[in-house]
Design a protein around this ligand. Structure first.
Ligand code: COI
Length: 353
């Protein structure tokens, strides 16, 4: 399908790469393709970035009929641009689409929307250490009717923005609060889907945690309120007595692409990785008996982010002396090394633009 291009009449001033804040500096153009039941996907286009015109009765505005993805484009030393596992994002988006009764988008069309927009905005891909172009594909249900049904008219849209570190702490350890009151998702709900509703459910606890001086919350499972699941914007991993532990994909945990990549790297290095139920109690016990050696989060936006403090109720433990741990640093270096083309890519994760 040919992508129609309309150039923006004026181009924005690009932000200084050393002061980038996550997700604020949107570029000059965006990609949109429409879907209509009976017609399929049609009219792919790159147009000037700007407000969408949406009917106030559109399903997305009332019933959260929305899914999204997050991936990045990296400027490597020779000046060229590359993507990390973009097909995995599209595959996950189509799984999210199934859950929310949105139409699947053909892989090549979804990918073309990403690659053509990044090529259009190539001058926006920063080159400073630790920066990249964040890519946000999303899909919205647009039927203008207040009945609770899935939409027949849908759009897949891609927007991009240059970013630095997700957390203001950068690679300094973050403080995480274990949330005992609110839950993010339950098995049978939408936890495995990347949909706005899961993040809406997280806002209250996130705000309260932030006011108390924590970066984000660590969610417990919705049924037993006992087993840890994930942090607001990342999956979590722990090194306990030499072994790596991470919550299993039980239906309410996001199947993170950075999570998947870290598990592969850890296995390559000979670590035993246990994907299983982990209770908060087990974690705090390990901290108390000195076997909790490291904790970190993984995510596209967060990359690999060390956790230096965990709190739950009135219990508080420091992890790894509030320093970045050895494995956390090694994972960060290896992953970003592959993403920025500084080291070999043995698993074929990189796609050159
Ligand atoms: C990402 O890591 O790309 C995400 O989607 C997390 C986000 C909610 C900031």
């Amino acid at each position: 399908m040919e992508i129609k291009f309309t150039r923006a009449a004026t181009l924005k001033e690009k932000p200084d790469s050393s002061t980038l804040v996550f997700g604020k500096a949107m570029t000059d153009h965006m990609f949109i393709v429409d879907y209509d039941a009976g017609q399929g996907w049609h009219d792919p286009r790159i147009i000037p970035y700007g407000p969408l015109q949406i009917d106030p009765a559109a399903k997305v505005l009332h019933y959260g009929e929305e899914i999204f993805e997050g991936l990045k484009a990296y400027r490597i030393a020779d000046g060229s641009i590359q993507l990390f596992r973009p097909r995995d994002n599209i595959d996950r988006m189509n799984k999210s689409a199934d859950r929310l009764c949105l139409p699947r988008i053909p892989e090549e069309l979804a990918l073309a929307g990403i690659t053509e927009l990044v090529k259009t905005e190539q001058d926006w891909v920063p080159s400073e250490e630790g920066t990249s172009l964040y890519i946000r594909p999303f899909m919205i249900g647009l039927d203008a009717a207040l009945g609770v049904h899935s939409s027949h008219h849908v759009q897949y849209i891609v927007v991009v923005c240059p970013v630095g570190a997700y957390y203001p702490e950068g690679l300094d350890p973050v403080k995480i609060y274990v949330e005992e009151k609110d839950v993010r998702a339950v098995k049978g709900g939408m936890g495995m889907a990347k949909t706005g509703g899961n993040y809406a459910a997280s806002l209250r606890a996130g705000d309260l945690a932030e006011k108390a001086g924590y970066s984000q919350v660590l969610w417990l499972d919705g049924l037993h309120r006992k087993y840890i699941e994930e942090v607001g914007s990342m999956n979590v991993m722990f090194k306990v007595a030499g072994k790596i532990l991470t919550p299993d994909l039980n239906g309410s945990v996001l199947d993170g692409i950075t999570r998947r990549s870290c598990i592969q790297l850890l296995k390559d290095w000979g670590y035993e990785v246990e994907e299983r139920r982990i209770s908060a109690e087990e974690l705090f016990e390990a901290a108390e008996n000195g076997t909790l050696e490291e904790a970190w989060g993984t995510g596209t936006a967060a990359v690999v982010s060390p956790i230096g403090e965990l709190a739950m109720g009135d219990k508080k433990v420091t992890v790894s002396n509030n320093q970045i741990g050895e494995i956390t640093q090694k994972l960060y270096d290896e992953l970003t090394g592959i993403q920025w083309g500084r080291i070999a890519d043995p698993h074929g994760w990189i796609m050159k633009l």
